[in-house]
Design a protein around this ligand. Structure first.
Ligand code: ZN
Length: 313
C-alpha cells in the first residue's frame, strides 16, 4: 500500500531506491507535542481544558529549528501521536491542528515528516468519522514505507485499545498488519521497525495493565507476531516520560514528550541510528539538540570502517 500523506512536507520515499541497505542512517522520533495539555495539566482538568498552547508552539518550533540546523540530515522526522490535546469534535481541535501545521510547515523540505495517530488525535474510542478526519489532516492512519533497506510500519494503536465503534476498520488494519509481517518474514527482512502511539509495555512485557500500555493478552499476542515478522524495535510515546524494555530481542522504546512532561524528563526528541546489525537510540533534550551532540552520538555507534553514504550525503 502506498501511503496517502498529508499536504505537509511528507515527500515519500522511492520504494525501488530505498529497499536496499546502503549503510547506516539516522532519523528523529518525537512524540506528544499535544497542543493544549500543558494548560490542561496545570489547571487539573485534562478533559475539558487546554485552551492555551503557546508553550507547546514554542517547544515544537524549537524542535523544528534545531532539526533544521543539523548538517547531517535525518532521513525523516516521525511524530508518534497525540499531535494535539483536544479530542475530535471538540471546539479547540481545528485551531490546535492549524497551529501545529503552521509550525511544522517550517521543517526543512529535505526532511520528510511521518505522522502516527494518537488517542487524542482520533479519540479514545475512534469512529470511522474521527479516523477519516485524521486522515484528511495528517495522511493515512496506518501504512508502511522503506528507508535504506529498513521496513517501517506505522500502526493505529487505538484499534488495540477500543475498536468498538470501528470494527471493520480494525479488521482491515489487522489483516494489513498480518500481511506485512508475513511478507517481512518470508523475505527475511533484516530490520523492521514499528511506530505506534501507545507502548505495548512500559518496562516489562509481563507488567500489569495500565492506562499507558496495551492490555496484556493483546500485548503478548502482538509482540509474538512482531517477533515472528522480524520487528527489531517499537517506538512509542503516550507516556510523557522515557521508559522501555525488552521482549526477547525486541526493543520497546517509550519516548517522552516534546510537550507536557509527566515525569522528570526534559522536553526532547529521540535520535535513532540504524546500523546494519543494531538500532541505537538516545533521547536528547531540545536544549541540547545540536549538530555537535548528534554527530558525537552517531559516531560513537559507528565502526571505524562503517561506510555510511546515507549519513554523509
Ligand atoms: Zn496518548
Amino acid at each position: 500500500m502506498s501511503p496517502r500523506v498529508s499536504s505537509l512536507n511528507t515527500i515519500f520515499f522511492n520504494c525501488s531506491l530505498e529497499k536496499d541497505w546502503k549503510g547506516p542512517f539516522y532519523f528523529i522520533q518525537g512524540a506528544d507535542p499535544q497542543f493544549g495539555l500543558m494548560k490542561a495539566w496545570k489547571v487539573g482538568d485534562h478533559d475539558n481544558s487546554g485552551d492555551e498552547w503557546q508553550e507547546e508552539i514554542k517547544l515544537t518550533e524549537q524542535a523544528v529549528q534545531a532539526i533544521n540546523k543539523l548538517t547531517l540530515k535525518p532521513k525523516f522526522f516521525v511524530l508518534c501521536g497525540d499531535l494535539i490535546h483536544a479530542m475530535p469534535g471538540s471546539p479547540l481541535c481545528e485551531e490546535q491542528i492549524f497551529d501545529l501545521k503552521h509550525v511544522l510547515e517550517d521543517i526543512d523540505p529535505k526532511i520528510p515528516l511521518v505522522f502516527v495517530s494518537g488517542n487524542h488525535d482520533i479519540g479514545n474510542s475512534p469512529t470511522p468519522e474521527s479516523i477519516a478526519e485524521y486522515c484528511k489532516n495528517w495522511g493515512d492512519d496506518y501504512f508502511s514505507f522503506w528507508v535504506g533497506g529498513v521496513l517501517f510500519l506505522v500502526l493505529n494503536s487505538q484499534f488495540f485499545q477500543d475498536a468498538s465503534n470501528c470494527l471493520e476498520l480494525k479488521e482491515a488494519h489487522d489483516l494489513w498488519l498480518d500481511n506485512q509481517l508475513a511478507a517481512a518474514e518470508q523475505l527475511k527482512i533484516k530490520n523492521v521497525i514499528v511506530f505506534q502511539h501507545i507502548p505495548a509495555f512500559l518496562q516489562s512485557a509481563e507488567e500489569e495493565n495500565d492506562y499507558f500500555n496495551l492490555e496484556k493478552s493483546k500485548r503478548l499476542d502482538l509482540l509474538q507476531k512482531f517477533e515472528k515478522g522480524g520487528v527489531k524495535a517499537i517506538f512509542s510515546g503516550h507516556y510523557h516520560r522515557n521508559a522501555g524494555g525488552k521482549f526477547n530481542d525486541l526493543d520497546m522504546v517509550v519516548t517522552s514528550a516534546i510537550g507536557c512532561q509527566l515525569g522528570e524528563d526534559k522536553h526532547g526528541v529521540r535520535v535513532v541510528v540504524v546500523t546494519e546489525d543494531k538500532i541505537h537510540h538516545k533521547y536528547i533534550s531540545l536544549d541540547e539538540l545540536s549538530d555537535l551532540t548528534v554527530k558525537e552520538m552517531i559516531s560513537s555507534y559507528l565502526e571505524v570502517n562503517d561506510e555510511s553514504p546515507c549519513l554523509f550525503y
